[in-house]
Write a protein that binds this ligand. Structure first.
Ligand SMILES: Cc1cc2nc3c(=O)[nH]c(=O)nc-3n(C[C@H](O)[C@H](O)[C@H](O)COP(=O)(O)OP(=O)(O)OC[C@H]3O[C@@H](n4cnc5c(N)ncnc54)[C@H](O)[C@@H]3O)c2cc1C
Length: 478
């Protein structure tokens, strides 16, 4: 066993003996560095992340989470928490931490009468979509069905229903949380209201969420999905038309203009393989026939490479992009800006930047905002200001470790260049590269909500044992 697998200040022998005790206190598996399952257990979605926790505690219940947190406290170790493991910065796994892995906790229960879903802390969006759509209901999730509900929600959660029903956090009505002192508490409008407010955008700073309660809405089962694909040569005019078209439809239509490279697939004409394109993807979450008619102009610009539009089941829409994003296969570095607008100059810069990325797998998207998302006041949730009309994200994706430097520096250069169009330097905290900007950026993003978050952090996690996240250090002093 390597020396670095032992927690600081604890002898190897004590640690091993205590791991045996932890095994007796948890129903789920407890994996130590010398165990065969260790390398699989510490692996997460981004293949670039290679960190070594002191121990991996695979929880099956809130009681297991309590036991793991008590173990961390007894050994003066920080805690890292894995929900879906999709965080690109790799926050789910921390060196020398107690990594609490919730990926076996995926139960979803639906109460169709109250329009509520209760979702365990390790569920994926596909679990939620399947359970809720069985009743013709849905709550806003992300664009990939394998992403964890927890991490995506705790930093905001941006998906296909954001125009009509807001961010994921806008539908979060209650949560069960295991705190740093090992207590299991409920957070709702009636109890621990400050904790619920902080969970709505403040990330994994405040405890381990073992259950979420979400509000549900009637959706589908059939919705209209629009996805005409245009060549990069006409991208400037296509994206400016997309912008103008959406200007009075941000409540009904949630859209992304996504830049990508055409794969060698029979779904595309052979002459387009390997070429860069932009897809004007959009979902109309109301009546599918109305949506088909409404979204038609996005498909009528000519020069189409292909068109994947059609009426389809909401669950299928939620899984359409999954194949592009396989877990553990690619190395990734993603960054974002909220944009103050989408001027012609901003579009020209985005298109130029997207012509020739170092990796053909790299994606990049413009996301519209407005509607129900923008209607929530900045102080109503920890997430903060909602006035940004667009988000721009650069999702660099490649395979070989020797290509890390070129892809990361290309992404950073493009991101720096786009600062001139940004909404005062604010970014989406789920897309922050490897988090290099640290607390300065976190503080800037939360703006006027930061001071309240620091006070709440001090109340619930004064020792900052939950620090593998977009960290909010607890306030010092009384
Ligand atoms: C392929 C892909 C697609 C994506 N698409 C979208 C999208 O459409 N919309 C969007 O908004 N974002 C999207 N994201 C970003 C995504 O929201 C973040 O990566 C998010 O952190 C993933 O959540 P997770 O639970 O899978 O992550 P993890 O890596 O498991 O965790 C992320 C963070 O949350 C904390 N955490 C996890 N579970 C818990 C818990 N139960 N209690 C407390 N803290 C916890 C962790 O400590 C960590 O800090 C995407 C990411 C990927 C890789």
């Amino acid at each position: 066993m390597s020396a670095r697998s032992f927690p600081i200040g604890v002898s190897g022998q004590t640690h091993l003996a205590d791991i045996k005790t932890l095994r007796t206190r948890m129903d789920g598996a407890v994996i130590a560095p010398e165990d065969q399952e260790y390398d699989v257990g510490r692996r997460i979605w981004n293949a670039m992340i290679d960190r070594r926790p002191a121990v991996i505690a695979q929880a099956l219940s809130s009681a297991d989470v309590v036991a793991a947190i008590r173990y961390a406290r007894d050994h003066d170790l920080a805690v890292s928490v894995r929900g879906g493991g999709h965080n690109v910065a790799g926050h789910a796994v921390g060196d020398n931490s107690v990594m609490i892995d919730l990926s076996e906790m995926r139960t979803v229960r639906v109460d169709p009468v109250r329009s509520r879903a209760w979702v365990e802390g390790g569920a994926r969006w596909r679990d939620v979509d399947a359970a809720t759509q069985a009743h013709g209901l849905a709550t806003p999730g992300g664009l990939i069905s394998d992403t964890g509900v927890a991490g995506l929600t705790l930093s905001g959660g941006i998906g296909w229903l954001r125009g009509r029903y807001g961010l994921c956090i806008d539908n979060l009505v209650a949560a069960d949380v295991v705190l740093a002192d090992g207590r299991l508490v409920h957070a709702s409008a009636a109890e621990n209201e400050d904790l619920l407010w902080a969970l709505k955008g403040g990330g994994g700073n405040f405890g381990v969420v073992t259950g979420f309660e979400f509000a549900l809405h009637p959706v589908g089962p059939e919705v209209m999905f629009c996805a005409p694909v245009y060549p990069i040569e006409v991208a400037e005019s296509a994206v400016s038309m997309w912008r103008d078209f959406l200007s009075d439809k941000n409540t009904e239509v949630s859209a992304i203009a996504e830049f990508s490279t055409v794969p060698q697939s029979p779904d595309f004409p052979e002459e387009s393989w390997g070429k860069r394109v932009v897809t004007l993807a959009a979902v109309y979450a109301g009546n599918a026939a109305d949506g088909e008619e409404l979204l038609q102009p996005l498909r009528d610009l000519g020069n189409l490479v292909s068109d994947f539009s059609g009426r389809m089941n909401y669950c299928d829409v939620q899984q359409l992009f999954d194949a592009l994003m396989p877990a553990g296969q690619y190395r990734c570095y993603w960054k974002s800006h909220y944009l103050s607008g989408l001027s012609d100059a901003a579009i020209a810069d985005i298109v130029d930047g997207n012509r020739n990325p170092p990796s053909p797998n790299t994606l990049s998207s413009i996301w519209n905002f407005g509607g129900a998302t923008a209607a929530v006041p900045a102080e109503a949730t920890a997430f903060g200001d909602r006035s940004m009309p667009y988000m721009f994200s650069i999702d660099s994706v490649w395979s070989a470790p020797e290509d890390d430097a070129v892809n990361i520096s290309w992404t950073r250069d493009f991101w720096q260049h786009m600062q001139i169009h940004s909404d005062e330097g604010r970014v989406y905290l789920n897309f922050v590269g490897l988090g290099e900007e640290g607390n300065d950026l976190v503080q800037h993003v939360f703006g006027d909500n930061y001071a309240r978050l620091v006070r709440i952090k001090k109340k619930y996690d004064p020792g900052n044992i939950f620090r593998f996240n977009q960290n909010i250090p607890p306030a010092t002093g009384p």
